[in-house]
Design a protein around this ligand. Structure first.
Ligand code: GTP
Length: 463
């Protein structure tokens, strides 16, 4: 465990729009506690995490910072390595509050809870070929992976003793076990599932069902002795509007779309009763789940910031286009684009301006493409363009046009921004990897030659 770190509450979204009225005893509490120690889950992004600078980040961090701004509370992060360690620190009284957790009988032994900061449903995740699950009690003999020490693991062990639980150290480990056929399923929030599937590329997974009542109601937990602190937090939480919650979730995930789907989805349970209703429910349920899986796939393959397909999404198209080009001996070009000195923009104008430049640049690229071209955000400030039926000369022309569009565009907040491009064209011997490697090498050359230019590598000198 490291030293406690104070974290900043001064981000734009935290403007204190709803300062709360505190009682005299609550004000006295704040004066007596100039830094309320907070334990968090260091590895649960996008809900929350501790980043490499030791800052509490994610949805919970923003929500709590907003509550703090509205109440005048000062929060001091008590850093830990794992969630388990945070629970132990909380039990030992080393931190007065826990950030973002479900209320469970076990936790009620030493904690009292605030109203929820956020509500979020859990869904059963299986591999693609698994049938939809309408009744969990029919799953005797199946295995489920659940992260150790979580409320859902506690509830599941109590409610479904006939299903074997394989405990894992982390959320992503649970999904990995499902993807690798080591267990049958796991139970996760849809948002977390989308986030991890996207990051890890586990596209053989799907949402197979939902257990009624298994929603995360994510609250703050406060030591039983700190009733006044809980009351202050509740006053702050009451000021959070649905729009502010959406805004915060939207910053870390594509939650807007999901929360809407999930709200509808719970209607499934309002049906039922007679056999006919049950049958109708199953059909409705399967359609709903299919819809959810489509949403999950879209979420997992879309870059949140720019709305472009991400690297995983392009990968499938890439393999298909390359094999078509090779089979029919048609030209295929790849253009890798990278903003120049983007780090300076972030450092000098701030991350938000950097984000706006990325969004603007992605729009410029989109507007200058042909329909058959596929564009994706490759990562960071890099974009990848796949151009079927395009030879080296045409690709060079297109890249020059894109760079000129960036050069001539007034980016809000920063003015002139340039980009560099690396181009490669497919040969019969290429794999996706070698084609990308050459585009990458060409991009490196464009940077080395002074940036704001496009360089071409038709094939390796060694090939
Ligand atoms: N604002 C913002 N910045 C990002 C994002 N993804 C990556 N970055 C930043 O992009 C910067 C890339 O910096 P470098 O790799 O040094 O590249 P550069 O400054 O563009 O320099 P050259 O490529 O050599 O011209 C880093 O500071 C990253 O933090 C994002 O989504 N938003």
């Amino acid at each position: 465990m490291g030293l406690p770190i104070w974290f900043s509450l001064a981000t734009p979204v935290l403007a204190s729009e709803h300062p709360v009225e505190l009682s005299a005893s609550e004000r006295a509490y704040l004066n007596a506690h100039p830094g309320v120690s907070l334990c968090v889950d260091p590895d649960w992004f996008p809900f929350e995490a501790i980043d490499k600078h030791g800052q509490h980040v994610g949805i919970a961090a923003d929500l709590i910072a907003m509550v703090a701004a509205n109440t005048g509370l000062q929060v001091r992060l008590h850093p830990t390595q794992t969630w388990e360690e945070s629970l132990i620190a909380s039990r030992a009284g080393d931190c007065l509050a826990l950030s973002f957790l479900n209320q469970t009988p076990e936790r009620e032994q030493w904690l009292i809870f605030t109203e929820p900061l956020l509500e979020d449903p859990n869904v059963l995740i299986t591999r693609e070929e698994h049938p939809f699950i309408s009744d969990v009690s029919s799953l005797t003999g199946k295995t489920i992976a659940l992260p150790y020490g979580t409320a859902m693991a506690e509830f599941f062990a109590r409610d479904f003793p006939h299903i074997e639980i394989i405990y894992t150290d982390s959320e992503s480990e649970a999904l990995r076990l499902v993807s690798e056929r080591k267990v049958d399923m796991t139970l996760r929030s849809l948002i977390m599932a989308a986030h991890t599937i996207k990051n890890e590329g586990w596209f053989n997974l799907k949402v197979s069902g939902q257990i009624p009542g298994y929603n995360n109601r994510l609250r703050m937990g406060v030591l039983k002795s700190e009733q006044t602190l809980r009351d202050i937090l509740d006053k702050g939480i009451a000021t959070l509007t649905p729009e502010q919650r959406q805004q915060i979730m939207g910053r870390h995930t594509a939650m807007n779309m999901v929360s809407q789907v999930v709200t509808d989805y719970t209607l499934v349970y309002a049906l039922g009763g007679t056999l006919t209703a049950v049958l109708a429910t199953s059909l409705f349920w399967m359609r709903r789940l299919n819809g959810l899986n489509r949403q999950l796939k879209i979420l997992a393959q879309t870059d949140q910031l720019t709305g472009l397909p991400n690297r995983h999404a392009l990968n499938d198209i890439f393999h298909k286009e390359l094999s078509l080009a090779q089979r029919y001996r048609r030209p295929l070009a790849v253009i890798m684009l990278d903003l120049d000195h983007f780090k300076h923009i972030n450092d000098e104008q701030g991350h938000l301006t950097g984000d706006k430049v990325l969004v603007d640049f992605s729009r410029l690229l989109r507007h200058n493409l042909r329909e058959a071209d596929s564009l994706c955000r490759w990562g960071g400030e890099e974009f990848m363009l796949l151009c079927p039926e395009t030879d080296a000369g045409q690709a060079q022309e297109l890249a020059e046009r894109l760079l000129a569009a960036a050069r001539g565009h007034a980016f809000p907040g920063t003015g002139r921004v340039t980009a560099s491009a690396g181009i490669s064209t497919a040969t019969p011997a290429d794999s996706v990897e070698t084609l990308v490697q050459r585009a990458d090498a060409a991009l490196y050359q464009a940077k080395a030659e002074g940036r704001d230019r496009a360089c071409l590598r038709v094939h390796d000198a060694a090939a």
